[in-house]
Design a binder for this molecule. Structure first.
Ligand code: GRF
Length: 218
């Protein structure tokens, strides 16, 4: 089996990187991490990469004159490692149009909301302020506009009456760690295609049974 070669871009904690590390540790998983890049020298995720024996690199954005120069350095490093799929995992830099074009349909992101709702930052504060009854996370291909692009996988979680942004974020994070490896697996198995309407289609997609109500019926 040839495994899809992943490059994972991080800026911080790296818990989604960890989920991918754990998934790829299984030799039957169809993808492997060949390069980790952090734009921040102090990212905790770098320690996770080292512990897993993965090649990691710091590309410090503050050392570059502009965004395109920083992005070109990352593309070079990713190409030197023959990366086939770029996985943004808590990567906190906006990317240049050139970078997004270069990796079009070969770059995915995870975002802690049910896109297209609640793009951007401080998501769970806004979910609570709006009184949404469900929250969740999305893995999607990356397009130029932030937090847009064909959706590959989502998980929904209920919002609880006593939730804080932190408690809700923690409930969602558990599901992020499930759907990121799932989405990568689907891509690596060649089951995801992008149609003319820029929607991601999954071959042999089993239907999720049931309907969830929040609050439930008495
Ligand atoms: C996650 O909530 C992810 O959805 C968002 O940034 C956070 C990264 O967390 N894009 P971690 O660094 O993977 O722990």
């Amino acid at each position: 089996m040839t495994r899809l070669r992943l490059g994972v871009l991080i800026s911080g904690r790296g818990s989604n990187l960890q989920a991918l590390i754990e998934a790829t540790a299984d030799p039957t998983y169809p993808a492997e991490i060949v390069q980790v890049i952090s734009n921040r020298p102090d990212a905790a995720g770098l320690t996770r990469a080292e512990a897993a024996g993965l090649p990691s690199l710091i590309v410090d954005h503050t050392a570059f004159p502009d965004r395109p120069a920083f992005d070109r350095e990352m593309t070079q490093a990713l190409e030197e490692a023959s990366v086939e799929l770029v996985c943004l995992a808590g990567f906190m830099r906006l990317l240049s149009d050139e970078f997004v074009d270069h990796w079009r349909d070969r770059m995915i992101n995870i975002h802690p909301s049910l896109l297209p709702a609640f793009k951007g930052l401080e998501v769970q504060e806004r979910v609570l302020a709006r009184g949404a009854r469900f929250a969740g996370c999305t893995v999607h291909y990356v397009r130029k506009e932030m937090d847009t692009g064909p959706i590959i996988a989502q998980a929904a979680v209920p919002v609880r009456a006593d939730d804080t942004a932190d408690s809700l974020a923690a409930r969602i994070l558990e599901q992020e760690h499930r759907i990121y490896p799932l989405a990568v697996r689907l891509i690596a198995e060649g089951r995801v295609s992008i149609d003319a309407g820029d929607r991601a289609r999954i071959a042999d997609w089993p239907t999720v049974p049931g309907v969830l109500l929040n609050p439930p019926e008495a």
